[in-house]
Design a protein around this ligand. Structure first.
Ligand code: AMP
Length: 424
């Protein structure tokens, strides 16, 4: 099979690395890819948001499958365009991608079908939004409706913070059109978990769970980032809970999407809060998480290509997937200053050395090749991923590998996966 992979981050490197192991793959083209992906694919300089160019590339190359990594091209309608051109695609239509690109769409869908989530209301007017905050009582969460690069959800410990968040969205237009409508919702307490399921539009297949670490500093301190690390499996989802998430959340959501006339074909990422009353939805995303994908792919004990193909073909899914017995941990190596301002073009060393350790794979996210030298090109530079007999063993290996990585300004969290180990 000839495959185009859209995207160029750590998530896509993990997908490319796993796809490259498929005996059924004949060639892989990445748009735009990155220097790490270049080890497995021919990279072409087509940006993931340039959907006309991606369609042109996929048709010209007569590929058998297009795998879309990031949310932006999906929200722009890339999957619709490819399907109209007769090309199988792993990734939902623009209408189905609203499950991520419009929080109002996602919340209304859940409300109609009784899918457990935080109580909420939708507002375009600040005074009404502020009145509802008082009805709920602090803490509350204020969310911009549209895509806001992960910054659109504001947790407000006090009513005063909620007033400011509402002003930011509705009065100051901080998120542009994405924030012209806001959701005010109840604050949920519990442990957060990322759950993944594949769907061909009709049925769903559980792909397991991972937990990520959003803040920049150890002990969940400091500002939020795109994710500083992840581990999988997640002990919080032990036992019958996975089936409960499938039965109460995933299957009803897939059915509701089909009923709405926008069947979901791709990977559904369910952001969950494990509350005292059971798992409830924080948000949905319409693609793999990053860094979660960098722990899921190493753990997958079978060829990923037939799974992606089954989703794209809409012809039914297998009833289960095989997992390796090991746990996986991914620690992100970030640029100095990230998530604030940071320098790029800093030379990187030690990737090969780290990757020679048993069970370790170094995925590249924000990197570039300049005159034969690998340099930093983003805030999250590398994902150092390791398999181990259990989470503690995987942690040790990931940090052993991280010790081999060198670039000026490099910083990383030292407590990735510790939550899984230090459980009561
Ligand atoms: P979202 O963009 O909706 O995923 O929200 C980003 C983060 O805000 C989540 O990962 C949670 O940590 C937090 N959050 C969002 N909604 C809620 C909620 N209703 N209760 C508690 N925390 C929330």
């Amino acid at each position: 099979m000839k495959v185009v992979l859209v995207g160029g981050g750590g998530r896509e490197h993990a997908l490319a690395w796993k796809l490259a192991q498929s005996p059924r793959l004949t060639s892989l083209i990445a748009a735009p890819g990155n220097p790490g992906i270049a080890a497995h694919a021919r990279c072409v300089p087509v940006k993931d948001g340039a959907i006309d160019d991606v369609v042109l590339l996929a048709t010209r190359e007569r590929v058998d499958l297009v795998v879309v990594g990031p949310e932006l091209p999906l929200a722009l309608g890339l999957a619709d365009r490819l399907r109209a051109a007769g090309l199988p695609v792993f990734g939902p239509s623009q209408a189905a991608a609203r499950i991520e690109s419009s929080k109002v769409f996602a919340k209304d869908l859940m409300a109609r079908d009784g899918i457990p989530t935080a109580q909420y209301r939708v507002f375009a007017r600040a005074d009404a939004a502020r009145a509802y905050c008082r009805e709920l009582g602090a803490p509350v969460v204020v969310k911009a409706d549209g895509l806001a690069a992960g910054k659109g959800a504001i947790v407000c410990p006090r009513l005063e913070d909620a007033d400011n968040a509402i002003a930011l969205c509705l009065e100051e237009g901080a998120f542009g059109d994405a924030g012209r409508t806001v959701i005010v919702e109840e604050f949920m307490t519990g442990e957060e978990l990322s759950f993944f399921a594949l769907s061909d539009g009709a049925s769903a297949l559980a792909l397991g769970a991972a937990q990520d670490h959003k803040t920049v500093h150890d002990g969940d301190q400091g500002p939020n980032t795109g994710g500083m690390g992840a581990y999988s499996p997640a002990p919080v989802l032990a036992g019958a809970l996975e089936e409960r998430v499938m039965a109460d959340i995933v299957r009803p959501t897939i059915a509701a999407m089909a009923k709405e006339g926008c069947p979901f074909q791709g990977v559904l990422y369910v952001g969950l809060m494990m509350t005292a009353a059971g798992p409830r939805v924080v948000e949905f995303n319409c693609r793999f998480g990053d860094p979660e994908c960098q722990v899921l792919m190493p753990r997958l004990g079978e060829d990923v290509l037939p799974l992606l193909e089954a989703v794209a073909a809409g012809r039914g899914l297998p009833t289960g997937v095989a997992w390796r017995p090991e746990a996986a941990v991914c620690v992100v190596a970030a640029s100095g200053g990230y998530p604030g301002a940071y320098e790029t073009g800093v030379p990187i060393a030690g990737i090969d050395e780290a990757g020679r350790l048993v069970g370790v794979t170094v995925f590249q996210a924000g990197t570039a090749m300049r005159e034969g030298q690998l340099v930093t090109a983003g805030g999250r530079v590398l994902g150092v991923s390791a398999l181990g007999a259990d989470v503690p063993a995987a942690i040790d290996r990931a940090y052993e590998a991280m010790d081999r990585i060198r670039f000026a300004g490099l910083h990383f969290r030292r407590d990735i996966g510790r939550r899984a180990v230090r459980r009561p």
